[in-house]
Design a protein around this ligand. Structure first.
Ligand SMILES: NC(=O)c1ccc[n+]([C@@H]2O[C@H](COP(=O)([O-])OP(=O)(O)OC[C@H]3O[C@@H](n4cnc5c(N)ncnc54)[C@H](O)[C@@H]3O)[C@@H](O)[C@H]2O)c1
Length: 396
């Protein structure tokens, strides 16, 4: 028999299964239970808890007091940046987690806090191929996909396949288990947007044959597949459109935050593409996971934007990073890559009204924490470089 899960007051579209949980039962499970936290990040405070019925913020409580209707979940892309944070958070909430990854762009070190622990299983598997999971599953969270432009341009066919076949396979797992399905979509479905901020109703401005199209169109296909399973089979899907996220464990994979952090720490030139006036928004990973879990526990199919609506130009980001790292680096300009979006800023009014979520971590605070992780991660490389930078400074 299926386990019940709660509906939320803002329900619009619901899976037949979710009628098992009345608002009252949903409330009794959730009141005071879902907490936004600064999980594992020194210096970042616990932030909020909210009542999923009223959407009102409540007082903070420690992370380990969180409860959820989910008992067992599957997370694809679990060895990646977001997947590993998600697995850790869910495991910390007492949920049994089955992580699936083929390690295309992910690393087992990202899961070092979970490997060997009770309640966590890792499956080395390419989700483009059929996947069987035995036993009950309450939710399938599909995060497998190369995500940074250099990664998906290096693996264009794998990216198309994981967005298409991989999504359909994971939807199949959710269907077989009667589980809720959350898909990690992206702001890239808006392409190079002609309006800003981007609301979910905007259909986007995507070059279907450009170099970035393997990612953008794969995610657009994946969204279409989610809706087809929802409309045809009544599958309980959630489509989260994730905007730029940063934090510890972000590899140097070409994304702007780790690229600038590394260049600044090494005392190298900071490479800004174009004139640096293109905008991006940056959401700290703990905030993002709060938002995704809020959405997962809300009875709304989506799509819902999850990201930080504070917009910065790329040049502003470079200057903040130079300041935080006290770096001698200078900004140099390079040609803008093909189809690089000129602006990127989420309209998060839906997330706010549906599940009372908005990000809380200030960019400088989040970057400072990320910087600590970078320093620890690239310690030796950096200490050699520190000496070089110190010598450069002396020579000034
Ligand atoms: N990080 C962001 O800012 C951001 C923004 C928008 C959307 N997203 C989405 O979130 C998800 C995770 O992104 P991330 O930043 O953690 O990237 P990541 O590269 O760190 O993680 C992706 C993970 O998916 C795995 N993977 C790729 N293809 C696979 C396959 N066929 N089978 C099994 N595993 C596979 C990789 O090995 C990796 O561990 C992606 O779907 C991405 O599109 C991320």
């Amino acid at each position: 028999m299926r386990r019940t899960r709660p509906a939320c007051a803002s329900a619009r579209l619901s899976h037949p299964d979710s009628t098992n949980g009345s608002h009252e039962s949903g409330r009794s499970i959730w009141m005071g239970c879902f907490l936004g936290t600064g999980l594992g990040v020194p210096g970042l405070p616990y932030r909020f808890a909210f009542d999923t019925i009223t959407g009102k913020r409540m007082t903070s409580a420690p992370n380990n007091e969180k409860k959820t209707w989910m008992k067992r979940v599957v997370v694809s892309g679990s060895a990646g940046f977001l997947g590993s944070h998600l697995c850790e958070r869910l495991h910390g909430m007492g949920v049994e987690v089955i992580g699936v990854d083929n390690l295309l762009t992910g690393h087992m070190e990202n899961l070092s806090s979970l490997i060997g622990k009770e309640g966590f299983t890792f499956l080395h598997h390419n989700v483009v191929n059929y996947l069987h999971i035995s036993g009950e599953v309450d939710a399938v969270l599909h995060f497998a996909s190369a995500a940074s432009p250099p990664d998906y341009m290096d693996h264009p066919i794998q990216t198309l396949k994981v967005g298409a076949h991989g999504t359909v396979n994971m939807l199949g797992v959710a269907k077989a288990k009667g589980a809720r399905f959350l898909m990690a979509s992206t702001s890239e479905v808006y392409g190079d947007p002609q309006i800003s901020p981007q609301p979910e109703e905007y259909w986007g401005h995507v070059n279907p044959i450009g170099v970035r199209s393997v990612y953008d169109e794969a995610k657009r296909y994946a969204e279409a597949a989610c809706m087809a399973y929802h409309r045809t089979h009544g599958l309980d899907v959630r489509i989260a459109r994730i905007f730029n996220c940063y934090g510890p464990r972000l590899r140097r994979d070409g994304r702007v935050v780790p690229a600038f952090l590394h260049q600044a720490l090494m005392g190298n030139n900071i490479t800004v593409f174009g004139d640096g006036t293109q905008t991006r928004s940056f959401c700290y990973v703990d905030d993002l996971i709060d938002g995704l879990l809020g959405f997962l526990h809300c009875d709304y199919v989506g799509p819902v934007n999850v990201g930080n609506p504070e917009e910065y130009t790329v040049l502003e980001l470079a200057k903040i990073i130079v300041e935080l790292t006290d770096s001698v680096s200078e900004v140099v300009y390079r040609d803008l890559p093909a189809d690089d979006p000129k602006q990127r800023c989420p309209d998060i009014s839906k997330a706010k009204s549906l599940f009372g979520w908005e990000p809380n971590v200030d960019l400088r605070d989040g970057l400072t924490t990320t910087l600590q992780w970078f320093r620890a991660e690239f310690g030796r490389e950096l200490s050699e470089l520190d000496q070089r930078v110190a010598l450069q400074r002396k020579g000034q």
